[in-house]
Design a binder for this molecule. Structure first.
Ligand SMILES: NC(=O)c1ccc[n+]([C@@H]2O[C@H](COP(=O)([O-])OP(=O)(O)OC[C@H]3O[C@@H](n4cnc5c(N)ncnc54)[C@H](OP(=O)(O)O)[C@@H]3O)[C@@H](O)[C@H]2O)c1
Length: 325
């Protein structure tokens, strides 16, 4: 089969012929992929900025394709099969695409229980864009932050794949949803998709300006962390929930503890999700007819261009890889 192989870190992926995967355990199946999607994780791995890297490896956590006569998508959260609050065996927990070979290929080997029918309103490419971001967004927003329609929510950095899914869920829930971005164009697109408003997080005193317009926030969803995190606690309402699933700008700095305890804040870490959450996420997406926003689609042979686009941060929505015959 053709696959995009990371031979070693900090090099371009090599799109080349490799042996087809075969099931190792009875519980495993081989999915013929039609589309895959990128996540920031793929870039972190390629840059050598991820734990437990082994090479060579086929990257890619998101995929959709055919299993027998069924159109399917894959839950990349492997060995977190129950409704447990965290992976039952942290050492056994795996995300598809490292250490096991992933979806930037014509075929992938996965546990049968990680394969689900594609929601009927989604195309193959939209289905491929959903799993990792959709699951992470679902858990952080609903399981961890308990979002309701009565909450005012802020999605920090709307250009992120997970952020945009969380945004779409929040709007579908009926919550008043605000965004930040480095890009006025992305804020405009979010408003077209139902945001109450937005502000550039690169503007001076954006936190004060935003609360003057919007008020304080009951739920804040963040993957940036870093120096900016201190501002998020300042704009949080009393008893607010701040969900954090990433650390794109590094360790949290400048967090004022007095604000955290005085406002009775809840800072909630979240990673991926369990099988029950994946099924509920698919159900939610089907019920609300949510379609992941797709930024651009590239053929597999242009995967390095697709990774460059993700690195540029210019994307709004998921970067999808089409896998042809
Ligand atoms: N724990 C998990 O399960 C999990 C799952 C998925 C992702 N992640 C992590 O979450 C992060 C985002 O990943 P992704 O694939 O969703 O996103 P992505 O598509 O790579 O997007 C990153 C976005 O982060 C935003 N950003 C950058 N600097 C920011 C800042 N200072 N303040 C606010 N926003 C900022 C930017 O938004 P604008 O373009 O709008 O400025 C950028 O587009 C990564 O660190 C990733 O490793 C974790």
């Amino acid at each position: 089969m053709i696959a995009a192989v990371m031979q070693e870190v900090s090099t371009r992926l090599s799109v080349r012929q490799v042996p087809d995967p075969v099931p190792i355990r009875k519980s495993e199946v081989i999915v013929r992929l039609r589309a895959a999607a990128l996540n920031h994780r793929d870039l972190w791995i390629q840059q050598g900025l991820y734990a437990g890297i082994k090479t060579p490896v086929i990257l890619g956590s998101d995929g959709a394709g055919r299993l027998g006569r069924r159109d399917v998508l894959i839950n990349p959260s492997i060995n977190w099969s129950s409704g447990a609050k965290h992976p039952p065996h942290p050492k056994k927990y795996k995300i598809l695409g490292l250490p096991d070979d992933g979806t930037l290929a014509e075929y992938v080997r996965v546990p049968r229980q990680n394969v689900y029918p594609i929601p009927r309103h989604l195309s193959m490419e939209e289905a491929a864009a959903l799993p990792l971001a959709g699951l992470t967004a679902y858990r952080v927003l609903f399981s961890r932050c308990k979002l309701t329609a009565r909450d005012r929510v802020l999605i920090n950095g709307i250009g992120g794949g997970v952020a945009l899914m969380a945004f779409q869920y929040a709007v579908a829930t009926g919550a008043e949803t605000w965004v930040t971005s480095s890009s006025p164009a992305k804020i405009k697109k979010a408003i077209q998709l139902g945001a109450a408003g937005g502000i550039r997080y690169t503007e001076a005193e954006w936190d004060k300006k935003l609360t003057t317009r919007a008020g304080l926030f009951d739920v804040i969803i963040d993957s940036a962390a870093g120096k900016g995190f201190g501002r998020l606690v300042k704009i949080a309402n009393y008893g607010a929930r701040i969900g954090i699933y990433g650390g794109t700008t590094g360790p949290i700095e400048g967090l004022i503890p007095q604000i955290v305890f005085w406002k009775q804040l809840n800072i909630l870490g979240s990673t991926m999700g369990n099988a029950r959450e994946f099924a509920r996420m698919l159900d939610f997406v089907s019920r609300h007819k949510i379609k992941p926003v797709i930024d651009k689609v590239y053929p597999l042979k242009q995967v390095n261009r697709a990774l460059k686009r993700m690195q540029s941060g210019k994307q709004f929505g998921k970067i999808v890889i089409r896998i042809e015959d």
